[in-house]
Write a protein that binds this ligand. Structure first.
Ligand code: SF4
Ligand code: SF4
Length: 333
C-alpha cells in the first residue's frame, strides 16, 4: 500500500455531520462503516459521457437505495474491487479517456459516484489533483447526497466542475425516516452551492417515491425557487428496491403531475426521467401519510427505532435493517 499521507483526515474522521472522530485507517468504523476509500468499479459510460468511479459506502441508509450492495458495504456482504492507489486510478482513467471507444462515444469527463463519494473527499482530491497534471482542463463531476460538513462541501465544490445534488426531503422527520439522517446539513450545503457557485450545479434532483415523499416534492421545488427560479431540478422516478422492493413506483402520469406541481411553485427548469411502465397510479388516503408509511416499511425491514436516527443508534454496527435479500422483505401494504 502507498503512503497514506493524503488520507490524514481519516485518522480522526469528521468529514460529515456525524463527526464520528474515528480512525478509519486503523480499522475503526463510524456511521458510514467504511475504512480506507474503496472502489466498487470503474467504467466509461456512454449515457453520462464520463469515466465513472463508483465508490463504496454511504453516510445514509436510504430505504429505497437501488445500489444498497454498494452503499451499505461492507455490511451488504458483497466484495468489490477495493482500494486503488490514486496514481493507478489516474493511469486507468487517463488510458480509458484516450481510447478510440471513448472518443467515439464522446467521453471527456471524469465523475465520482457511489455510494456517497463525499465520505472519501481526500481520495477524490488526490485523484483529481494528479489527473489534472496531465489533463488540466478535464471536467470532473460529482453525484452527492449533500450530507457533509460545510468545510467538506467547500472542498468538493473546489475539486468539481459540476455537481448533481440530491435532496430527498425537506421535512427533517421524514428525511430521518427515509435516510436515517437530518435534512438540515443537506439544505445548508444546497444553499452554499447555489449561492456561492451556481455555475457548478448540474441539477438538484429528487427520487420520487409515491406515498412516501411525493407531498414533499413541490416544497423542495419552492425551496430551490426561492434561491433561484432558474436552477435545474430533475425528478427521478423511484424503482422498487431494497426495503421498498414491493412498493409501487410512479407512473408517467404521476411524474407529469409532479413536474407540473413544481412548475406551479415558480421553478422554471423542471423535468423528470424514469417511470414505471403501466397504468395510472392512484393513491388512496393512506398514502398521504409519508412518514407513517416510511416507518411501516422500516419496521418490516427490522428497524424498530422511532424516531429513526442512524447517527445515534446503538444498533449501527449490526443494523437489523440491512436487507440482504430485498425480495424477502414481503409487503404488508
Ligand atoms: S460517517 Fe462521516 S464522520 Fe463518520 S466516519 Fe463516515 S465520513 Fe467520517
Ligand atoms: S436499526 Fe438503527 S442503524 Fe439500523 S436503520 Fe434503524 S436507526 Fe438506523
Amino acid at each position: 500500500m502507498d503512503n497514506h499521507g493524503y488520507l490524514e483526515d481519516l485518522e480522526n474522521c469528521r468529514l460529515c455531520p456525524w463527526e464520528c472522530g474515528v480512525n478509519r485507517l486503523e480499522g475503526e468504523r463510524g456511521i458510514c462503516r467504511v475504512g480506507i476509500p474503496e472502489v466498487a468499479y470503474t467504467g466509461l459510460t456512454q449515457v453520462l459521457k464520463t469515466y465513472a468511479v463508483t465508490l463504496l459506502g454511504c453516510s445514509f441508509k436510504c430505504i429505497y437505495c437501488n445500489a444498497y450492495r454498494i452503499s451499505q458495504y461492507p455490511d451488504s456482504g458483497w466484495m468489490y474491487r477495493g482500494y486503488v492507489k490514486p496514481n493507478l486510478m489516474v493511469k486507468e482513467a487517463f488510458n480509458s479517456l484516450q481510447t478510440n471507444f471513448a472518443r467515439e462515444i464522446g467521453v471527456k469527463k471524469l465523475s465520482f459516484t457511489g455510494g456517497e463519494p463525499s465520505i472519501h473527499t481526500p481520495y477524490l482530491e488526490e485523484v483529481v489533483a494528479q489527473i489534472r497534471e496531465q489533463l488540466p482542463d478535464l471536467e470532473v463531476g460529482l453525484a452527492t447526497n449533500g450530507f457533509c460538513t460545510l468545510e467538506t462541501m467547500k472542498r468538493l465544490i473546489e475539486l468539481s466542475s459540476y455537481i448533481n445534488f440530491e435532496i430527498k426531503a425537506l421535512d427533517s422527520e421524514l428525511h430521518y425516516a427515509i435516510t436515517g439522517a437530518p435534512s438540515k446539513p443537506v439544505l445548508e450545503n444546497a444553499k452554499l452551492l447555489a449561492y456561492e457557485n451556481p455555475e457548478k450545479i448540474r441539477v438538484f434532483r429528487t427520487v420520487v417515491i409515491p406515498g412516501i415523499n411525493d407531498l414533499e416534492i413541490p416544497k423542495i421545488a419552492r425551496f430551490i425557487k426561492d434561491i433561484d427560479p432558474e436552477i435545474p431540478y430533475r425528478l427521478v422516478g423511484f424503482r422498487p428496491h431494497y426495503m421498498l422492493y414491493y412498493h409501487h413506483a410512479p407512473s408517467r402520469d404521476f411524474m407529469h403531475k409532479m413536474v407540473k406541481q413544481c412548475r406551479e411553485q415558480g421553478l422554471e427548469n423542471v423535468d423528470y426521467s424514469g417511470y414505471y411502465p403501466g397504468g395510472q397510479l392512484i393513491l388512496n388516503k393512506s398514502h398521504k401519510n409519508g412518514l407513517k408509511n416510511a416507518y411501516h416499511i422500516l419496521n418490516r425491514a427490522g428497524c424498530y427505532k422511532h424516531p429513526r436516527n442512524c447517527g445515534y443508534c446503538s444498533e449501527n454496527d449490526y443494523c437489523p435493517a440491512i436487507v440482504l435479500e430485498p425480495w424477502t422483505n414481503l409487503s404488508g401494504d
